[in-house]
Design a protein around this ligand. Structure first.
Ligand SMILES: [Zn+2]
Length: 418
């Protein structure tokens, strides 16, 4: 049964709903190749478990020097058993490289023959991925000018509008908006609210956003007197309703627990999902895509999804993306909310990572699904191959796509309006 389900999943193209990859038109912002694989922040954090040089000495090194330190610490002096290390090996192996030699210069040499555009196609092919959703921030000084100038889009790369600064550091964001020609002040007056909505409308349309997104720390609460909750209620959610877009909330990241680690310095905290419960209940016309970072929040999130159909659960995010937890969380979700879930997104920051992140996850999803089919088969309910394909499509992007359709486009909504 497992082999059969694995084959069906392997043949089903994936829509990867959240990554940090970029359309090749963004040039150097699209990361790929062995050095970028090695300096991935997951590996930086792990390497510092073994390195004894001061943090600041690491950060002044070139990318190649950092990659060499990490390679030595995590692959040569120790066996690469962690999930992030194993991922590099899975990726190189899938690309046809001989990983047994442990020869970094030879690996680097192999990557020099590739051009980004062709390598994108190769990686998507090996990962079984059809489309990837980027994370696009108008507040990013490297990214913003590319959008402003305009470019011809690679249709495999979809866009999502990330608005963390707007909700989390409103004072600074307001100054940015003012600089960019929006008539906003620090207080949320009617004028400011309508100008921030104009900003969201402009950027949503410019990038063709499929959804808006923000990551929240464990302290996020709703309702609340703070600017974050008020902006969410008065600006972001009305914008989402007007344009028929879902809002993605990634909950539970504790920012800069160790700032010396920079991008690798974030930790995890338990979120109060009462805030999410109130959002789902108070705004039934809004749709929320939600993933949580704390393992201890996963069960409560599933229970909430049973109560609110405007909540779609997705992904095993960051520290959850290890085989033992992906297995546990995927099983829990299928048992509590069936197939109306998107079990995984890659969160890839480096193009090549699509290969391992999806190979590893797909295998586990297949195992869980096969177990469920086997339980059903015990009663005589045999799932046909066509039904398996339907289910696989649902899990690998189909359920997400349906959830994201603007209200009014589904047949149920049309019926309701008759
Ligand atoms: Zn991410």
């Amino acid at each position: 049964m497992t082999a059969k389900v694995e084959a069906v999943l392997a043949a089903t193209p994936i829509d990867d709903i959240h990554t940090h990859l970029y359309d090749p038109a963004f040039g150097d912002l699209l990361l790929w190749g062995i050095d970028d694989l090695l300096v991935y922040h997951y590996l930086v954090a792990e390497a510092f478990r073994y390195l004894d040089l001061p943090y600041e000495k690491f950060w002044v090194l070139s990318k190649a020097q950092q990659a060499e330190l990490i390679w030595n610490a995590l692959f040569i002096q120790n066996s690469p058993v962690s999930e992030a290390c194993r991922g590099v090996i899975t990726t190189l192996h899938a690309l046809g490289l001989d990983v047994r030699k442990r020869d970094l210069p030879a690996l680097r040499q192999w990557f020099t023959k590739w051009k980004a555009e062709e390598y994108v196609t190769r990686c998507l092919e090996l990962a079984g991925v059809r489309t990837v959703c980027m994370t696009n921030s108008p507040f990013d000084d490297l990214e913003r000018p590319v959008w402003e100038k305009g470019f011809s889009r690679d249709e495999r790369f979809r866009a999502a509008l990330r608005i963390d600064p707007l909700l989390l550091t409103w004072g600074d964001a307001a100054q940015c908006l003012a600089r960019w020609g929006y008539d906003v002040g620090p207080n949320l007056t009617d004028k400011t609210i309508s100008e921030v909505r104009r900003f969201l409308a402009d950027w949503g349309q410019r990038i063709g956003a499929r959804y808006l997104m923000v990551s929240f720390g464990p302290e996020f609460d709703f309702p609340s007197d703070g600017s974050c909750a008020r902006l969410l209620e008065k600006v972001v959610l009305p914008h989402c309703r007007e344009f028929g877009l879902p809002m993605a909330l990634m909950m539970g990241v504790k920012r800069q627990v160790n700032s010396q680690l920079r991008q690798a310095g974030d930790g995890v905290g338990l979120s109060g999902l009462g805030a999410l419960e109130r959002l789902c209940a108070q705004f039934p016309e809004n749709r929320f895509l939600v993933t949580v970072l704390a393992r201890e929040n996963q069960y409560e999130l599933c229970v909430l999804a049973r109560k609110f159909r405007n909540l779609h659960v997705f992904g095993c995010w960051w520290f959850n993306n290890v085989p033992s937890l992906v297995g546990e969380i995927t099983r829990l979700r299928l048992e509590l909310i069936g197939l109306s879930v998107t079990p995984q997104h890659s969160d890839a920051r480096v193009l090549d990572q699509l290969i391992y992140k999806w190979r590893h996850s797909r295998q586990i999803i297949a195992q869980v699904l096969a177990d469920k089919y086997a339980d059903l088969a015990g009663t005589g309910w045999v799932v046909s191959e066509a039904e398996m394909k339907r289910d696989a499509e649902s899990l690998l992007g189909g359920a997400f796509g349906k959830f994201c359709q603007p209200p009014g486009s589904s047949s149920a909504e049309k019926l309701r309006r008759l």
